[in-house]
Design a protein around this ligand. Structure first.
Ligand SMILES: NC(=O)C1=CN([C@@H]2O[C@H](COP(=O)(O)OP(=O)(O)OC[C@H]3O[C@@H](n4cnc5c(N)ncnc54)[C@H](OP(=O)(O)O)[C@@H]3O)[C@@H](O)[C@H]2O)C=CC1
Ligand SMILES: O=C(O)C1=N[C@H](C(=O)O)C[C@H](O)C1
Length: 248
């Protein structure tokens, strides 16, 4: 049995993760932590994998504490930038054998959408991302949208695709969205939604729209359990569930 803790256990994702972990074979959920609980006690409680599902403003302190204790981590918390990932790599350099998996999205469908978007990106002049979430979300744009934009931008750069055409010279602040690695990203917050994303691609005479919808947080659970089961196979920092999906 792998001893697991959830940090952020009473949140929307944390509480769903606790139910899934409780029901999972081979995983023993031994600790549920919330705001004010001491993350520094995980190793002494025998925890082998911490699942971190909190907020962008607290995830880094939790990661650092886990790494210092030698506890491996799966985090789905958003807000990771290349600079933050570098900081985590720095902490891990002094902690050989500790494994950290940063998962922008646990949904297999969302991972596939990111992959398809990167594959399509070089064939189109224009690309924009629209992410749509519940209004309780703390950050914008979503971690998934940031990651998608990075993958799309890398694919376009590798293929030598020029910047997308855009004649805008006059606009209200925010009207053209945020720019992530040169890709416009638009964030919608709407009661009734869980999490959705569209990648819009266009060239003269045609458009391609890729869309994924998370309708219930249950959809994140198969990926989350896979991540908890496999994280300790990959020492150091790994980004994305695709590391364990054997995608072509
Ligand atoms: N990768 C993925 O597939 C997914 C990622 N997410 C991401 O996961 C994160 C959590 O989302 P969600 O569950 O909706 O958010 P919630 O706000 O519902 O949950 C966050 C939880 O973290 C707790 N918390 C806050 N500060 C601390 C702290 N210092 N130590 C321990 N716990 C703390 C909060 O407690 P309190 O209520 O007391 O503030 C709350 O219970 C977000 O970044 C979100 O983007 C969400 C869904 C899927
Ligand atoms: O806050 C959420 O709900 C979600 N957050 C993640 C993100 O920021 O991409 C994953 C998913 O979109 C749900």
């Amino acid at each position: 049995m792998t001893k697991v803790a959830v940090i952020g256990a009473s949140g929307r994702m944390g509480s769903t993760a606790c139910r899934a972990l409780d029901a999972a074979d081979g995983l023993d959920l031994v600790a549920r932590l919330g705001r004010g609980d001491d993350v520094g006690t995980l190793a002494s409680a025998g925890v082998e994998v911490a699942v971190e599902l909190t907020r962008p403003d607290v995830v880094m302190a939790n990661l650092r504490s886990c790494i210092e204790q030698g506890v491996s981590v799966v985090t789905g918390t958003s807000g990771f930038t290349p600079e933050r990932l570098d900081e985590v790599r720095g902490w891990l350099a002094g902690a050989p054998g500790v494994c950290v998996l940063v998962v922008p999205n646990f949904s297999v469908g969302a991972v596939l959408l990111m992959r398809f978007a990167a594959q399509a990106a070089r064939f189109y002049e224009s690309v924009e991302i629209v992410e749509l979430h519940h209004p309780g979300k703390a950050d914008a744009p979503s971690g998934t949208a940031r990651r998608t934009a990075e993958l799309v931008a890398a694919a376009r750069a590798e293929a030598g695709v020029p910047a997308a055409p855009d004649a805008t010279v006059d606009s209200l602040d925010g009207a053209r969205g945020a720019t992530v690695e040169g890709v416009p990203v638009h964030a919608v917050r709407l009661r009734g939604l869980v999490a959705s994303q569209e990648v819009l691609l266009g060239s003269p005479g045609e458009t391609l729209t890729l869309r994924h919808d998370s309708l219930d947080r249950e959809g994140f659970m198969p990926g989350l359990l896979l991540a908890v089961r496999r994280v300790r196979e990959t020492p150091g920092l790994t980004v994305g569930l695709e590391a364990y999906l054997d995608l072509p």
